[in-house]
Design a protein around this ligand. Structure first.
Ligand code: G4P
Length: 523
């Protein structure tokens, strides 16, 4: 594999979808259409699937899901595209949210038969919070599905974005022969290839030829196009970039239909890396000195590389391997000798990276999620939002002889962001509370504590479901509320845990001066 390349313009995006909507299939189809440059830890978690490469954890294999995530990089024409992978399982949403801080736009993949599903909705909300523009792809149009207008209506009603289809299907779901390209008025006709294993040939026909070839189906598509225009559902770049509309494409990732249209659209309309907001309220221009921030830390990738990898997104300047950067949090120099792109067990040295690219820094034990590194002019980026945990468990070591390993392991998993660790003087270091967005994060803790740190842990599920941020001067008063507990997160934030929202409201009724701030919601 060649090194990360050149200075071609970047498009950095993530696919958000509900499990089974076809994200892995689409990823493979995109790679098929482009020249793959490097696969930085991209994982396709379906067991047995060609290209399944991430098996760093037995659990991941056993469940057939992808827990890790990084980026797949490919060249498309005169652009370089970074597809930052998001874990598919609903319980890994916290990880997924962090990934969404490393991209400039998102593609929302919707199953034509199922419409908007819960995980898609949750992820969409995060995109909306982050102001990420969203392109919608209606997938699996080769199978029976919903009426296209019903799908458009669902998008508008449930997420409040105006759908502006750029293609409109010719033929109903299940009978997918091509699409009307609403920008040119032409018919894009697809030809099926065996198993979708190669690029599907496309023909572009003028309307007359399309009418002759498709008869009634073409006329219905033209009618659909006219109805959409009459309704004002035409693409508008400014409205898409502002998050008011979502351009829509119809596709079949499995047959490779509509995939090149998606790539063209990303190049055409998706935003390029923009200046990054800094912690002091300013911004860092893309062509300023080098800077990057850490959006994911991962260790124990596989038995032969028991090391720690920090994934950074380059925000400004050019990353050159070997450059000495400064770690924003400590002010210490940080050597970048070991910059790599990782794809499962395969690792490739990265020599150069541009804004929008993702680089894995090996053995970067000082780097934590949310940290900034820079060269030249100093800069700090704001920390990545922690989402509101909804599951809580008290952890303890089963064999007290292994107490040191327990303490080290819990701290490391906390720093990596595998779970949030909450501590209080009352519980001490022996019995911290682990807080998660999804309960499967606990299973990762148990598996990794035993396998990597040799410390089997016992988890006791707690009856809390709500966490609220507490002002330090009110902490003692909140501690006095029956059923509540106040603990400290690694970043110093004080959190009060409550069994349910009702208890929060009742505490506020009894003491209206208390401030119990909601945390960013995960859905
Ligand atoms: P995910 O990563 O979003 O979880 O979904 P994935 O790509 O694994 O796709 C889920 C299932 O949907 C797979 O079938 C896949 O082949 C199928 N699929 C994806 N895109 C399309 C499409 O455009 N049309 C049709 N008809 N099917 C599609 P599976 O039976 O679960 O797995 P497999 O045995 O085919 O690998």
């Amino acid at each position: 594999m060649p090194d990360l390349p050149d200075t071609r313009p970047r498009r950095t995006f993530a696919v958000i979808s509900h499990p089974d909507a076809g994200k892995s299939t689409l990823t493979e189809a995109l790679a098929l259409h482009a020249e793959v440059i490097s696969r930085a830890g991209a994982t396709h978690g379906k067991a047995g699937r060609k290209g399944t490469v991430s098996d760093w954890m037995d659990m991941e294999q056993a469940r057939g899901i992808s827990i890790t995530s990084a980026a797949l990089q490919f060249a498309y024409g005169d652009h370089v595209i970074n597809l930052v992978d998001t874990p598919g399982h609903a319980d890994f949403s916290e990880d997924t949210y962090r990934v969404l801080s490393a991209v400039d736009s998102a593609v929302m993949l919707v199953d034509a038969a199922k419409g908007l599903e819960p995980q898609t909705l949750k992820l969409f909300r995060v995109c909306a919070q982050r102001g990420l523009p969203v392109i919608t792809v209606i997938n699996k149009w080769d199978r029976p599905g919903l009426d296209p207008f019903a799908l458009m209506d669902e998008i508008e009603q449930r997420i409040g974005l105006r759908p502006t289809p750029l293609t409109w299907p010719v033929g109903i779901a299940g009978d997918f022969r091509g699409v009307l390209d609403r920008r040119t008025g032409r018919y894009i006709r697809y030809t099926r290839t065996a198993g979708g294993a190669t690029r599907a040939p496309e023909e572009h026909l003028e309307p007359d030829a399309a009418a002759a070839a498709e008869g009634q189906d073409w006329h219905e598509a033209v009618e659909g196009d006219e109805l959409l225009s009459a309704d004002g559902a035409d693409h508008d770049l400014a409205a898409y970039r502002a998050g008011r509309t979502t351009p829509v494409l119809f596709a079949s990732a499995l047959s490779n239909f509509g995939v090149s249209t998606l790539l063209d659209l990303l190049v055409d309309i998706a935003p390029a890396p923009a200046p990054t907001p800094t912690i002091d309220g300013g911004e860092r221009a893309v062509d300023d000195d080098f800077s990057a921030y850490v959006f994911k830390v991962q260790s124990g990738m596989d038995a032969s590389h028991r090391d720690r990898l920090a994934y950074v997104r380059v925000c400004s300047g050019v990353f050159e391997r070997g450059m000495v950067a400064t770690h924003g949090t400590t002010g210490r120099p940080f050597a970048t000798k070991y910059a790599q792109a990782v794809f499962g067990r395969e690792r490739v040295v990265v020599d150069r990276a541009m804004p929008g690219d993702v680089v894995g820094l090996v053995n970067a034990s000082a780097l934590l999620v949310g940290d900034t590194i820079y060269a030249g002019r100093p800069v700090r980026y704001p920390p990545i939002t922690s989402f509101a945990p909804e599951h809580f468990a008290a952890a303890s070591v089963t064999d007290t002889q292994r107490w040191k390993q327990f303490r080290r392991g819990i701290s490391q998993l906390d720093e990596e962001g595998v779970v949030q660790v909450l501590r209080s003087p009352a519980r001490g270091d022996h019995n911290p509370i682990l807080a998660a967005v999804g309960p499967m994060q606990f299973e990762v803790v148990v598996a990794r504590m035993e396998a990597e740190f040799g410390a089997a842990v016992r988890l006791e599920q707690l009856g809390y479901t709500v966490a609220r941020r507490v002002e330090p001067e009110q902490a003692d008063e909140v501690r006095g509320i029956r059923g509540a507990e106040v603990l400290e997160r690694r970043d110093g934030t004080l959190l009060a845990l409550f069994p349910d929202v009702w208890r929060v409201r009742s505490a506020l009724r009894a003491a209206p001066h208390l401030q119990l701030h909601p945390l960013p919601a995960s859905g």
